[in-house]
Design a protein around this ligand. Structure first.
Ligand code: LFR
Length: 475
């Protein structure tokens, strides 16, 4: 069998990584080739993504791979969801994409629900109501008379926008589009009723393509200037969480997953959307997966809480390694104040430590004082939330969830994994840690006809990449 090299760009809210996955004879390995920052820029009080800088980093990576003589077979891009950029009639990018952490959509859903009920929007889309969803961003952009929107020929979601810059071809990939709250969960097509209510032309989005479609080759200019050649760019599962779920090393479907990073996304894979009174009440979401699957999940505010505290501590001159963080939490067993990580007060506070203290004060609990107590508070609060969400998932599924796969960078947190296994009373299987990039590569492999389906992908992943199993301890 030929040896394949897939270049996966996995871009998150603070940084991007380029990983090369190698597949030969059913053995898969992956290594990082580049890492670059992804920065928010504030202009006149508005927050944007610096897409030009990202484009430069992609180009730099292509040149780097060419320079190292790595023969790349294809490229795929995944990013966070919901955000998008505007493209004008002549194909030019209109300004920078607005960032979902910009509070411009504050209160937008309630305003929108004056025209169509919350329940109806949920019934169409199956998507959890979150203020930053593309639907509400577009609704606000329209209200603000945003000139990009007024002059746009189309919007492109971030992975599609970057692929467009690389190839000159515009597509609208399904998994990322599903996070917009503009798709009908059942038909997997855009729901025109929602465009009408928002006052948007429905042709502002392109026709939906499924993950695994080859978009086009790199432009002649990029192929030449980077030295990498005319490589195909594949529409992978463009939403990072969708790519991560592809990489769950399971052999059957009776699992739940927790994609653990800045967000903790906990859910199951289903054949059909789950849209009912309970899912509505608890604001569960039905995002698109590969091969027609649905990612029925819940967004939990994950490592964001810790990342924000660490930023403050760094400013004070305290730098902790991940290992130290876990040890800090381990030794504060007498501290047990809990916060609800999903409380809006933690969305984007000026000071996360202050927000945690206030929350504890207001709920009659002892606020953390030492840094170790903050870490403990965050970890036990997350575990408590994982337990609650898994219980809800179990109530809503027709099968018994017999294990939890924790994937992504957060899966390296062995302390959290053990606490989670104890709390949910089920084994926790941690890994792969690079799940998103692994899933990205696997969908490229499918597009090139190297693997047949997700179960073959998962078999290859399970036999190639290490996992660690945490069994519940009696306590
Ligand atoms: C994770 C993620 C989540 C999505 C959030 C915002 O990176 O993609 O799945 O809800 O970012 O897009």
């Amino acid at each position: 069998m030929k040896k394949y090299h897939f270049l996966a760009f996995d871009i998150g809210a603070t940084s991007g990584r380029a990983m090369v996955g190698t597949l030969e004879e059913n053995h898969f390995s992956i290594q990082e080739v580049n890492r670059f920052p992804n920065t928010l820029i504030e202009i006149h009080g508005k927050l944007y993504w610096n897409i030009y800088r990202l484009y430069d980093s992609l180009k730099e990576t292509l040149a780097l791979c060419a320079g190292k003589g790595i023969h790349i077979d294809s490229i795929g891009i995944d990013t966070w969801g919901v955000d998008f950029g505007y493209v004008g009639k002549d194909g030019s990018l209109l300004g920078l994409p607005r960032a979902y952490r910009d509070p411009y959509t504050k209160g937008a859903p309630d305003e929108f629900f004056k025209c169509i009920s919350r329940r109806e929007v949920y019934d169409y889309t199956g998507i959890q109501i979150m203020e930053f969803n593309s639907l509400f961003q577009l609704f606000r952009a329209k209200k603000e008379k945003c000139s990009y929107l007024e002059h746009a020929d189309q919007i492109l979601f971030i992975p599609d926008l970057l692929s467009y810059l690389l190839t000159g071809r515009r597509i609208c990939e399904y998994t990322d589009a599903s996070t917009s709250q503009l798709l009908n969960a059942r038909s997997k097509q855009f729901e025109t009723a929602l465009f009408d209510v928002a006052g948007l032309p429905s042709d502002i989005v392109g026709p939906v393509v499924m993950p695994g479609t080859i978009i086009d080759s790199l432009t002649d200019e990029l192929a030449r200037s980077t030295g990498i050649g005319k490589i195909p760019v594949v529409a992978v599962a463009g939403h990072d969480t969708a790519s991560a779920v592809v990489a769950v090393p399971a052999s059957d479907s009776r699992f739940a997953y927790l994609s653990s990073g800045t967000w903790s996304l906990m859910g199951i894979e289903t054949d059909q959307p789950v849209i009912n009174d309970v899912s509505y009440k608890h604001n569960f979401t039905n995002e698109g997966g590969i091969e027609g699957t649905i990612r029925f999940l819940k967004n939990i505010t994950g490592m964001w809480l810790l990342e924000q505290c660490r930023k403050e501590w760094n400013k004070e001159g305290c730098f902790y390694s991940y290992q130290q963080i876990m040890e800090m939490a381990k030794h504060k067993t007498s501290f047990y104040s809990l916060v609800d990580p999903d409380n809006p007060c933690f969305t984007n506070p000026v000071s996360m430590t202050a927000a945690i203290k206030t929350y504890c004060d207001e709920t009659g609990q002892i606020p953390p004082r030492e840094n170790a107590e903050f870490v403990r508070c965050i970890f036990i609060s997350l575990v408590d939330r994982y337990r609650q969400v898994l219980e809800l998932l179990s109530e809503m599924t027709s099968f018994d969830i017999d294990k939890l796969h924790v994937i992504g960078g957060g899966a390296k947190n062995y302390f959290l994994n053990q606490l989670t296994a104890n709390a949910i009373k089920r084994p926790v299987i941690a890994g792969p840690y690079e799940a998103t990039a692994v899933g990205n590569c696997m969908v490229q492999a499918k597009a090139l006809g190297v693997v047949a389906d997700r179960w073959e992908m998962r078999r290859i992943i399970a036999s190639s990449l290490p996992v660690e199993i945490f069994y519940p301890e009696n306590n």
